[in-house]
Design a protein around this ligand. Sequence first.
Ligand SMILES: Nc1nc2c(ncn2[C@@H]2O[C@H](COP(=O)(O)OP(=O)(O)OP(=O)(O)O)[C@@H](O)[C@H]2O)c(=O)[nH]1
Ligand SMILES: [Mg+2]
Length: 459
Amino acid sequence: MALTTIQFGQCGNQVGHELFSTLAKDIFNPKPGVSSYDNEIYVEKTVTQWFEQDFNMDKLVARSVLVDTENKVVQDLLKKQSSNCHWGYNPKTCALQSGGAGNNWAMGYQKKGPELLESVTEALRIQNEKADRLAGILSIMSSAGGTGSGVGSFIMENMHDEFSKKVFFNALVLPFEEGEVVTQSYNTLLTLAKIWNVSDGTLLLQNDHLHSMLVNLLHCKSVGIGDLNSIIGLKMAGSLQPLQTTSFSSSMSTTDIISHIAPHPSFKYFSVKSSPHTPREVKKFEGGYQWNILSKHMRQMLRINSLNPGSVTIDWELRPPSTAQSVHSLHQFSCSIANLLITRGVGFASTQCTPGKDFREKPLHPCWVPEEGAFLHCHQNRRFNDQDKFAFLLTNNSQLYTPLNTVVEKAWKMFTHKAYMHQYTRFGVLEEEFVDAFVKIESVIKAYKELNGSEVTCI
Ligand SMILES: Nc1nc2c(ncn2[C@@H]2O[C@H](COP(=O)(O)OP(=O)(O)OP(=O)(O)O)[C@@H](O)[C@H]2O)c(=O)[nH]1
Ligand SMILES: [Mg+2]
C-alpha cells in the first residue's frame, strides 16, 4: 500500500528529505541479515509504500509533495539529487512561492495557504494517480514557523474530506523551548488546534529532546539541524518500515499502526522512543545487547516520578540500556492509551523474550482500555540502520501533556498581554480563534494529565 507524503516549510522539507534518505539507505542495505527472498519482499513493500520507480533514470522517486512559501530550501534539496544518488524528487510535485510566511501562522493560514491550494492539489493528484492503492497521507511540518504551521494546517483541513477514508496523519516538530521564533507558542497552539480535528494521529517530535539525545547518547559536541533530522529520520523509518505481528505471520500496515496507537478520538498524540543509540567510536567495541535487555529498557522509558507523576525522574531514553538489574522497585509508570513495541534485527525468534508480559501489566493502562488494544509487539528480522538489534516504542501516554502544557502556558501569558496580536488580526485571525484554540488544547491536555489518576482508581 502506498503513502503520499506532504512536506511543508523549511523544517518539513528538510525532515522529509532525511526520512527518504534513511529509507533509501535501508533499501540498499548491503547486510540485511535475511534471505534474499525475504529481502526482496521487504524492499518491494518499502518501494511500494514510499517511492515510484523511474526506469528511465534508474532511480527511485519519492512519493512526496514539497510545499514552501520560499523556494530556497526546496531548490537546495533538488540540487542535492546528483546522478549517483539512488533516489530523488519529482520537480513537478513541488508547490512553491517566494517571500515566506514570516513566522506568522495567520499569514500562512489565511493568505499563503489559499494561494497554494490549487498547485498542492495538482501535485497530490499527480502523486496519487501513480499509486496503485493509496493507504494514506503523511504530512510533515514544524509548528513554529509560518508556512509549516499555517499553510500546513490550511492544506490539511482542505484535504481532509477528500481523504476521509484513508489514514491521515502527521509528524509535527515542536520548537526548542528557548526557540528563536518569538511567536512560536501562538503558532504551535493554533496548529495543534486546527490539526486536532482532521488528523488521525500526530507524532510529536521535540527538538529539545532530540538535542539531549545527541549530546547524552551520541556525545555530539556541536549539534546541527542535520543531526536532529537524522534521529527523526531513524525514528520515523523505524516505525513505518515493513513489519510483522508477533505471530510472525501477518503483516502490519501503516493504517494498522496509526489505528493501534491513536485508537481514541480524545487521545491522538504519540511519540517514538528508540534504542540503542551509541556513539560511532563505541559501536566498534560493543558486543551488542540482548533482546530482553532492550525490551526492558523500552519499558523503563514509561517510568515516571511516583511522588510527582507530572515529572519524569530519569529520562530512560537518554541513557544506554543497562545489563544490570534495576534497583528501583518502587516506581510508577506513565499511564498509556496504547503502546507498540517494534523490534528490528537478528535472532529474536530464538530468544525467551516476551515483551507482552511486561507491557500488559494492569497499572500501565486505564481500566477502560482493553488488554489486547493496550499493547502490541511487532518484529522484523531484517537488520535496520546497520545494527543487529534496534527497538522502537510508539507510545501514546500521559507524559505527552508536558510539552503541550509548556507551549500553552507561554501562549497564554502572551495572550493576556495581547502581545503580537496585531500580526494575527491583520490577517483576519481574531481573538476568538485564539480562545477556541486554548479551550480545545487545554481540554486535550487535561485529558492526558488525568490519565495517571484514572489508572489508580481501577486497581
Ligand atoms: N528538527 C528540525 N527543526 C527545524 C528544521 N528547520 C527548522 N526547524 C525548526 O522549525 C522552526 C521554524 O520553522 P520553519 O520550518 O523554519 O518555518 P517555515 O515553516 O518554513 O515557515 P516560515 O519560514 O515562517 O515561512 C524552529 O523551531 C526551528 O528550530 C529542521 O530541519 N529540523
Ligand atoms: Mg521558511
